[in-house]
Write a protein that binds this ligand. Structure first.
Ligand SMILES: [Fe+2]
Ligand SMILES: [Fe+2]
Length: 283
């Protein structure tokens, strides 16, 4: 069992729970922007670290560190089971495991009749959290993602926390499009480093393009939810982001206290994983 008491969050799930609260459809409109006050101090501390540490240079170094996928070979199931040793110790009675969240997401997608590749995407979408086992801090594993190398949108949660980000002192990164050409497409934009980008790199050769977008941008709330950075997108992004938006409610709102039965579901998901992935993939 892995716990990280030097980190602000009690578990990685605490960030997921915060995002769910922020976009709770039952939340009253006037409450929508008051998450600053209602948010636990540890979550704010987490965002402070995230917004300070995610610089262009940090992202470029992580992209090169992980880009060659030389952190081991492992099957999808093995990764799933390893990740499952991370439990939410903030709420021991009701907390669901990582596999539970993955299964709930996938089962909800399946119930709505979506294609098999999308069910699979729901099942594996958070496996990039494996980054914690390489010693990455929470702020470089989870958190809403955003482009680096250009001005921060004020649609990013807690934009004022970027005041401490060293890129502030690099003028080339502080204009609207920064180091990018307008309309260059998200594939040419460096995103803050975390579990989305990592798993995209691990899985991209095995999945159709909409699945790649779902995995790569599911935490990019500024873009897929808030409509920020339209000036960096191209038409391909606009088409594919529809899939990311289709996926998001399953990630956010499929959580329930009923624990899915892994024993019962396992044969189906084993076939599904084997239909798209080799026995072992490079991480
Ligand atoms: Fe995620
Ligand atoms: Fe998730």
């Amino acid at each position: 069992m892995v716990t990280m008491h030097t980190e602000p969050l009690a578990s990685l799930d605490q960030w997921d729970d915060h995002v769910r609260d922020r976009y709770d459809p039952n939340r009253k409109k006037e409450e929508f922007r008051v998450y600053d006050d209602s948010t636990p101090p540890v979550v704010r501390e987490f965002y402070q670290l995230n917004h300070t540490g995610q610089t262009l240079d940090f992202v470029l170094s992580k992209e090169s560190e992980y880009g060659s996928l030389n952190h081991g070979e492992m099957g999808i199931w093995e990764a799933m089971e390893k990740l499952n040793t991370l439990v939410d110790d903030s709420d021991p009675d009701t907390s669901l495991s990582q596999i539970d969240h993955n299964l709930q997401t996938a089962e909800a997608i399946s119930r709505d009749g979506h294609p098999r590749w999308m069910v699979l995407t729901g099942f594996i979408h958070d496996l990039g959290k494996m980054l914690v086992f390489n010693g990455e801090p929470q702020w470089a594993v989870v958190g809403d993602t955003f482009p680096v190398g250009c001005a921060w949108s004020n649609k990013i949660v807690y934009p004022e926390m970027f005041a401490a980000n060293p890129d502030r002192n690099r003028p080339e990164t502080q204009t609207r499009t920064g180091i990018y050409e307008p309309g260059c497409g998200l594939r040419n934009v460096h995103m803050s480093w975390g579990h989305d980008e990592y798993l995209y790199r691990v899985t991209k050769d095995y999945l159709p393009e909409p699945a790649q977008y779902m995995i790569r941008y599911h935490s990019c709330y500024p873009v897929h939810r808030e409509g920020a950075y339209d000036y960096l997108l191209d038409d391909r992004d606009r088409e594919m982001l529809e899939w990311v938006r289709k996926f998001n409610p399953y990630d956010l709102y499929s959580k329930s206290d009923t624990r899915p039965s892994l024993d019962q579901l396992r044969p189906y998901y084993e076939d599904l994983v084997a239909a798209f992935f080799p026995a072992v993939v490079r991480w």
